[in-house]
Design a protein around this ligand. Structure first.
Ligand SMILES: Nc1ncnc2c1ncn2[C@@H]1O[C@H](COP(=O)(O)OP(=O)(O)OP(=O)(O)O)[C@@H](O)[C@H]1O
Ligand SMILES: [Mg+2]
Length: 330
């Protein structure tokens, strides 16, 4: 089934997020729009500081008190940005699960892994304690945590970083969420652990009631193995969004091309210049100071819109003349 034909579970439209700081207001996310679809993985990629985690935290409504947001995060017919904290608590961790960049912040150091998974099953689905423990072991087995009985009996400090990540995934999916947000699941992992994380996420993607998955990563090679759709983030904006196969075969945005050229498997060519500080984004196209095509283009000093081109949507003036007549519904 084509990616865009599957059911949209979470729809983000025109999301903006700012932080009020001592040095004034920082606009971190600018006009973000995307759809998360049932059983599909959308991978959000881009350099450090581009705003990927802030997007995940915004969906969970876990932004700090100095943040403000506008736009729409539509889930189950409601805009999450309008919900009060009590209603949000009913959704958070239950219908929308969040696996943060640093697993230690989410695991309870005083509870065995099996009990942390079981707690959700008891609370949400009324499991009896014994039954919850058995199911916890089964979930751990499914996600490749071996031997699952021993892992269930372990406390978080007894597990390696990679195991903690997968234990968190187990806790995340125990409540059968409709949306799973995973932030940098391969951070600090060696290639063996990465492979295990990949298998665990594939297992989740192939479950009968699989959630819509947002995979936040700057590991493009990992994203390639898992994603259906790639969204490229640059300095707080999405600059290209397309099916994964198109992205890896024929990306359109100059930044996307450079990101791919920087991969070890594709030449390891460093991207010129540095990602701008989000406190002071360049005017017009935010990528133009680093862009190999921008020098002859006066247009680049104006901000380009998101332009539908073939199967891609791309925020770059280079494609203004060949735009499609309608959007692509990513
Ligand atoms: N509480 C805050 N107050 C002010 N600025 C913040 C706050 N939280 C995040 N930011 C800023 O938002 C920007 C985006 O941060 P974010 O953590 O989303 O980046 P990222 O793309 O996830 O990076 P990485 O790949 O390193 O995880 C950064 O410039 C960061 O300094
Ligand atoms: Mg991050």
């Amino acid at each position: 089934m084509p990616v865009t034909d599957t059911e949209v579970i979470l729809r983000i439209r025109g999301l903006k997020v700012s932080f009020q700081t001592e040095r004034g207001r920082i606009d971190v996310l600018d006009d973000i729009s995307l759809n998360l679809r049932k059983g599909r993985v959308l991978s959000l990629v881009g350099e450090s500081g581009s705003g990927k985690s802030v997007l995940g935290i915004s969906i969970m409504r876990l932004l700090p008190s100095n943040a403000s947001s506008s736009g729409e995060i539509l889930y189950g017919g409601k805009n999450l940005l309008d919900l009060n904290e009590r209603s949000m608590r009913e959704i958070r961790g239950k219908e929308i699960a969040w696996i943060p960049q640093n697993p230690d912040t989410m695991l309870n150091p005083t509870l065995k892994i099996g009990d942390q998974i079981g707690e959700i099953l008891i609370e949400r689905y009324g499991y009896k304690r014994k039954e919850a423990w058995k199911t916890s072991v089964e979930i751990l087995r499914k996600l490749g945590l071996n031997p699952p009985e021993r892992i269930a009996r372990s406390y978080p400090h007894q597990l390696s970083g990679g195991m903690k990540q997968r234990a968190l995934l187990a806790i995340g999916i125990a409540g059968k969420p409709k949306v799973l947000l995973v932030d940098e699941p391969t951070k600090g992992l060696d290639s063996i652990m990465k492979e295990k994380a990949l298998k665990a996420l594939r297992e989740i993607k192939n479950m009968r009631d699989s959630p819509a998955i947002l995979l936040i990563t700057h590991d493009l090679e990992f994203a390639e193995k898992l994603a259906d759709v790639i969204a490229v983030m640059y300095c707080g904006q999405i600059v290209e969004i397309t099916k994964a196969e198109y992205f890896f075969r024929s990306p359109l945005h100059p930044y996307s091309k450079l990101l791919l050229d920087a991969l070890p498997s594709r030449g390891l060519i460093p991207i010129p210049g540095r990602h701008p500080n989000i406190t002071d984004p360049p005017i017009g196209c935010r990528f133009h100071p680093r862009c190999p095509y921008s020098h002859s283009q006066e247009k680049c000093l104006d901000e380009p819109p998101m332009i539908p081109v073939g199967e891609n949507e791309v925020k770059c003036w280079l494609y203004d003349d060949i735009r499609n007549s309608s959007d692509n519904a990513y």
